[in-house]
Design a binder for this molecule. Structure first.
Ligand code: GAL
Length: 939
């Protein structure tokens, strides 16, 4: 079904209408269910350690609803760890030389079968009043190969670690009671050659809708802008998962960023048939629209409402922007008709301390840091991002290349591409789809050409409004590069860009990757023994170029739309040019925390709009007095003059897109640069030799605080005059009140310190479980001398028809250590009607919160073998075929984490903190031996 309408703005009338409409509540609810999950590791191939999953006589593929092991609805997960999402179990692990180079040497995933499967379980209540609704579970992304179960029913497997997916669970719901969601994530295989994390590292939602509803990612809003007017075209896919037959009304309303209604329209149509979808098209006219731009990212909202017999049954919001994009083979890229050089960076998705489990606030933090550097474009290398990243780019004004993971023409590839595009195509920030990156096997040949043709045309069929690119690293002039719509050059050194362009004059192009330079923040002499790369911009390898060389090349060629530096931020993995024990990359303009390396100031000078003057290195070179030091200035001033201790070392003219250099014999004191524009002093910058470290200083990234509960705190140390000490490497210990710490980092590529300090939770099985017969149903208060010869394997050959009044069970459990700091609990599973428990001869009492949980006093425990006795009156079978529990339960040992700490790396640590929802007081303190403690209080 297809309808097209043009709705002219009739403001006041529709304002009234829309107020009335939106005041009603629709059936749609999207409930974030990130809190209170249970987690445990399973095992890649040892089924016993994988809780017996998939081994049942009938398992989940044999009979529906037969999810076994933890996939079963009633599996006892009380002893599992409690956590909130997003969660990345890889970042919690220690580093190990035998772990993956690509994944930053975290001892998880590939090569770690016991740390490659993660089980997640969550209970949710669904009220009876939801009985007629469609209930689904929506995942933004799980790394990876996730199987999902609901009340024991298998819902499906999602291989991609990057795509979002959702499952309809309506038929399996226990209305008016408890329901269980179970996810088994298998991170044993890598999809990328970079850190990818592990587990449910993005949000999860419970979604409820009317049976007639807008489909998942079911809106597609495009606009055509000309002569100060825009046509907004909205396609809406409506699905019917119920038996309703008859008409429905669709009401579409557009609001601007001040919540002012600008256009609306409604129409009656026939509801789709059972399990069918219809797509409805409408067209709006918007006069003088506020365009989405990188400097003024104006957004609009389309509210789509569905009514059935006047009742509002669905309401769905689509954020979009009105803007035009164009690539021109001669003149590069145009946004809203104005030429715009793309000043981009490539990025993976991990951050210091938290791995891939980024709180939403950190997305904003990162995009803001890139914008501060003067960057206007972001390439999601090499996988679909989380939706919050795109939201941040929309809201902050950052153009995006959205990229799918793998090239190919089969369902695995095209379905992934389609889902990414349908999810993302309303984001105004996205200006280009990338269907691949450096596919070495095919890029220069006919297979690459064929695959690109298919993927490109397929992409066009989903979104004809944006062009398609591929990042190409070899075989320019052939293969992929001969057919791709926008040529994506990966590196100047990989081919002759001008020659390619001369042959393909109608093909626009951009540098999808450039740079791959090596730098360590705050380091000015390369030290291969320590794996430190000096931060002066330099040619990293014979066929790669410095940032300055790269930018000059692109800046000088109008036909090239711009370039994307490899990378904006350092990331875990790919520690080229080194290996173990380097665990993060050296490519970033910023380190993994977002602390700038000096290149940031080169880019700020030539990418940004503000006057810039930056001097490197720092001026703390005690012991190097008299040695010639390279002093560089990054600036966009016309001239820069350098002074050492007030003596001029000469004034130099700045070349466009260049930098300035001096050789200066070190003597402590003040190195000062003065920048001139039109012969006038406009800026000065000082590097001063500091005194010794005295105080810890904590400062909050204020920009982020308002957005949510998560904040980024910079930790540094100063001398007695308050000067930042750029060489400090002290270890700082943290304590927090009113919240928690999510992660710590310092940007040191060789740091093998913990990213997180979380309590260790070990599950210890009870082994050698035996029984003997008791004579009375009265349970003992102390153990007797049971005859050794009477013990037999527990429950072996039990004749349930002839049970004795009680049974005495005996088992063992091993403790690796025993410390008063540990909490050791026994999560008992009923093997009797009434029971008493003894550990190492002492009777223990159940806890008040759970009658089947016993927390042991560590004084009765010992390192090594411990003995547990359970005396119980037996459970009786009601029906012959009843399967009785024979598992006594599990021992949980919690060893508290050490206090949070981290060494400063060249003066800095970053700590990511999260305020408790209702905390009255929120205090972070940072202390170190011999230093004045730093305290940060938040209201
Ligand atoms: C490129 C590749 C990137 C990254 C980079 C490192 O070839 O596309 O993902 O590996 O090299 O230099």
């Amino acid at each position: 079904m297809k309808t097209t309408f043009v709705a002219k703005t009739l403001l006041s009338f529709f304002l009234l209408l829309s107020f009335w409409v939106s005041a009603q509540k629709s059936d749609r609810e999207l409930i974030l269910i990130d809190k209170d999950w249970r987690f445990s590791f399973g095992h890649l191939y040892d089924t016993e350690k994988d809780f017996g999953h998939a081994t049942g006589y009938f398992s989940y593929l044999t009979k529906t609803g037969f999810g076994d092991g933890p996939a079963a609805k009633d599996f006892d997960d009380r002893a599992w760890r409690k956590l909130d999402l997003p969660h990345d179990w890889a970042v919690e692990q220690p580093f190990s030389e035998s772990a993956s180079f690509s994944h930053g040497f975290k001892a998880a995933g590939k090569n770690y079968p016991e740390k490659s499967i993660g089980w997640y379980r969550k209970k949710i209540n669904i009220p009876e009043s939801d009985l007629d609704k469609i209930i689904s579970i929506k995942f933004d992304g799980v790394f990876r190969n996730s199987k999902v179960f609901f009340n024991g029913f298998y819902l499906g497997t999602e291989q991609s670690g990057y795509n979002g997916f959702e499952y309809d669970v309506t038929a399996y719901v226990n209305y008016g009671g408890e329901n269980t969601i179970v996810v088994r994530a298998d991170a044993s295989m890598e999809e990328g050659w970079f850190y990818e994390g592990a587990g449910i590292y993005r949000h999860v939602y419970l979604q409820k809708t009317n049976s007639v509803h807008i489909k998942a990612n079911g809106t597609y809003v495009t606009s055509e802008f000309k002569n100060n007017e825009a046509d907004v075209i909205a396609a809406v896919s409506i699905e019917n998962k119920g038996n309703y037959k008859g008409s429905i009304e669709i009401v579409q309303t557009i609001f601007d960023n001040e919540k002012k209604q600008i256009a609306t329209f409604s129409e009656s149509l026939l509801a789709p048939e059972f399990y069918k979808t219809i797509t409805h098209h409408s067209k709006f006219y918007v006069e003088n629209p506020k365009l989405w731009d990188i400097d003024s990212p104006n957004l609009y909202r389309l509210v789509t409402q569905i009514k059935q017999n006047e009742k509002l049954i669905d309401s769905y919001e689509t954020t979009f922007g009105i803007r035009t994009i164009a690539f021109d083979p001669e003149n590069g890229f145009f946004l809203n008709g104005k030429s715009l050089k793309l000043k981009g960076t490539n990025n993976h998705q991990d951050h210091a301390g938290v791995g891939t489990a980024l709180p939403d606030e950190i997305q904003y933090y990162r995009i803001k840091k890139l914008k501060e550097m003067g960057s206007n474009a972001y390439r999601c290398s090499h996988h679909p991002p989380t939706p919050e990243l795109l939201k941040a780019c929309d809201e902050l004004g950052m153009l995006v290349i959205d990229e799918t993971r793998l090239m190919g023409i089969n369902d695995y590839h095209l379905n992934d591409l389609q889902r990414m595009m349908e999810r993302d195509r309303n984001h105004p920030s996205i200006f280009c789809w990338s269907v691949g990156n450096e596919e070495w096997n095919i890029e220069g040949g006919i297979v690459g050409e064929r695959i690109t043709n298919v993927m490109q045309n397929f992409a066009k069929s989903i979104d004809p409004t944006r062009p398609v690119t591929v990042g190409i690293s070899s075989g320019f002039k052939s293969g992929i590069s001969s057919v791709v719509e926008i040529m994506g050059y990966n590196y100047l050194g990989n081919g002759d860009i001008d020659a390619h362009r001369n042959q393909f004059k109608n093909q626009p192009g951009m540098g999808t990757e450039e740079g791959s330079t090596f730098a360590t923040r705050g380091i000015y002499f390369t030290d291969d023994a320590k794996h430190y790369q000096s931060a002066y911009d330099k040619k990293p390898r014979p066929t790669f170029y410095s940032i300055e060389e790269g930018w000059k090349f692109y800046a000088e060629r109008p036909y090239l739309a711009g370039m994307f530096i490899w990378t904006g931020f350092d990331y875990r993995g790919e520690p080229t040019p080194y290996g173990w024990p380097s665990v993060t990359s050296y490519f970033g303009m910023m380190d993994v925390c977002g602390f700038p390396k000096d290149n940031v100031f080169y880019l700020k000078s030539w990418w940004g709009k503000e006057p810039v003057l930056h001097l490197l290195p720092h001026w703390n070179w005690s012991g190097m007095e008299g040695t010639a030091i390279d002093v560089w200035a990054y600036s966009n001033c016309d001239e820069v003059e350098l002074f050492l201790n007030k003596k001029s070392l000469g004034k130099k003219k700045m070349e466009q897109n260049g930098h300035l250099e001096w050789k200066v014999n070190y003597s402590p004191g003040t190195l000062e640069a003065v920048g001139y524009k039109n012969d006038k002093k406009v800026l000065s910058e000082i590097q001063k030799t500091t005194g010794k470290v005295e105080k810890i200083k904590l400062s909050l990234d204020k920009e982020n605080v308002a957005k949510g509960n998560v904040s980024v705190v910079t930790v540094e140390v100063t001398d007695k005059n308050g000067l930042h000490v750029p060489t400090a490497n002290d270890e700082i210990e943290f304590a927090i009140k009113g919240g928690k710490i999510l992660g710590v980092g310092n940007g040191n590529p060789t740091s093998l310190e913990n990213d997180q300090f979380i309590d260790n939770l070990a599950l210890v099985s009870i082994t050698n479980f035996q029984e003997q017969k008791g004579t009375t149903a009265v349970l003992p208060q102390q153990l007797s001398n049971y005859s050794e010869s009477e013990w037999i394997t527990a429950f072996k050959d039990r004749d349930y028809k002839k049970q004795v009044p009680s049974y005495i069970y005996r088992g063992e459990f091993e403790l690796k250590s025993n410390s008063v700091k540990n909490t050791v609990s026994f999560f008992y599973k009923k093997i009797g009607v009434e029971n008493v428990v003894f550990v190492n001869g002492t009777k223990v009492e159940p806890s008040t919160e759970d009658a089947q949980k016993y927390t042991f006093n560590t004084a009765i425990l010992k390192e090594g073998k411990n003995t547990i006795y359970i005396v119980a009156t037996p459970l009786q079978k009601v029906k012959d075929w009843d399967v009785m529990n024979t598992d006594p339960g599990v021992i949980q040992v919690i060893t508290p984490a050490e206090p949070w700490k981290r060494k400063l790396f060249n003066g800095y640590v970053q700590i990511i903190i999260q305020k408790e929802d209702n905390a009255k007081e929120f205090v972070l303190s940072a202390s170190a031996k011999g230093l004045q403690t730093g305290i940060l209080k938040l209201k």
